[in-house]
Design a protein around this ligand. Structure first.
Ligand code: 3HC
Length: 310
């Protein structure tokens, strides 16, 4: 590499401009972009499972159609992100193998069970709400293909969040049993949603470098706080209580104070010991195996068309 390459890269970052696939970039930048984009893609694909379980059991045709559309969107987000990773020289087959062999991660949040249909609403409201808090800043991430993928994905995520909240509003106007189902789902998903933002800033090994390269635009704790501030009034409007007795408005800070997070739970779930980790990976492994013939057929078809000069 020449000094001008290095200078050009540093200037691009300094000027808040975008690094594009053909630009020179430090190997560490390429590696951390592949790491983050691949794990983001894995999260989208694994994330289809918890809600997917309720497609056949949706209470009405309307709810089924909405849930189908949402799970289909998640698949699309995954494919979009694998394509962004490929612009960095990654191979999606290799990334899938790394996921299945536990050599790459996916978001902890998808290792929890979906016990009732209210979980579908709470995932839309809280999990997709957290994803929006995390993904809107990523629209300004320094790597071009990733930032552009985020712009499209964020538009679809807001539909995901709205449909979840609307589902819960409907249930909260229902029977006491339905209201109890919503509260039970909120109790189970609240703390894991806060953990989606990652470990606290002082225990986040990638943050400093990711912030310097403007991949990460806000810290884990900053985005977590933004999510809490957004969710508390929504919980009040919904008529549910968030399972945190220490939640209280702090006038000085202008934010909601909240109780301690059990970081040992996040560590356990990330290391594979969550309620559903084995199931999620087994389903992904089986789908990859059973889908191999489709990939081979598509590749053979593409080769034949190429040979025929189509
Ligand atoms: N689940 C699993 N792993 C997690 C995690 C979580 N909730 N939080 C952190 N980690 C991992 C990190 O990947 C990193 O491990 P690695 O070095 O092997 O990749 C380690 O824990 C330390 O965390 P850091 O804070 O140092 O890592 P990052 O700087 O990468 O920050 C992150 C973590 C905030 C998740 C960041 O990677 C990020 O913003 N990723 C893109 C967004 C994303 O992946 N979101 C997943 C949510 S699912 C989703 O959006 C789908 C939607 O439809 C719901």
């Amino acid at each position: 590499i020449t000094d001008t390459d290095e200078k050009a890269f540093t200037e691009t970052i300094a000027k808040d401009q975008r690094v594009e696939p053909r630009d020179w970039m430090p190997e560490g930048y390429r590696r951390t972009m592949i790491r983050q984009i691949a794990q983001h893609a894995h999260s989208e694909i694994i994330g289809m499972q918890p809600e997917g379980e309720w497609i056949t059991r949706a209470p009405s045709l309307r709810r089924k159609a909405i849930l189908l559309a949402k799970v289909q969107d998640e698949a699309g987000h995954g494919l979009y992100l694998y394509s962004a990773a490929e612009t960095l020289g990654a191979d999606r087959g290799d990334l899938t193998r790394r996921l299945i062999e536990g050599r790459q991660k996916y978001s902890s949040i998808f290792n929890y069970p979906t016990l009732s249909f209210a979980d579908v609403g709470v995932i839309g409201w809280l999990v997709d709400g957290a994803a929006i808090c995390n993904q809107v800043p990523l629209c300004r991430s320094s790597y071009g293909p990733y930032a552009r993928a985020m712009i499209r994905i964020c538009k679809e995520e807001s539909f995901h969040q709205r449909q979840g909240y609307e589902l819960l509003m409907t249930m909260m106007r229902g029977t006491p049993a339905q209201r109890e189902m919503v509260q039970d789902a909120v109790n189970r998903w609240w703390w894991p949603s806060l953990m989606m933002f990652g470990p606290p800033d002082d225990q986040s090994p990638n943050s400093a470098q990711s912030m310097a390269w403007k991949i990460k635009r806000h810290s884990n704790d900053e985005l977590r706080q933004r999510f809490v501030d957004m969710s508390v009034p929504q919980a009040e409007a919904l008529g549910v209580t968030l399972p945190d007795p220490e939640l209280r408005w702090n006038d000085e800070r202008g934010h909601w104070d909240f109780g301690p997070i059990d970081w040992s739970e996040l560590k356990r779930v990330i290391s594979g010991d969550g309620p559903c980790n084995a199931l999620r990976i087994e389903n992904r492994r089986r789908a990859d195996e059973e889908g191999a013939w489709v990939r081979e057929a598509a590749a053979a078809h593409a080769r034949r068309r190429q040979e025929a000069g189509a």
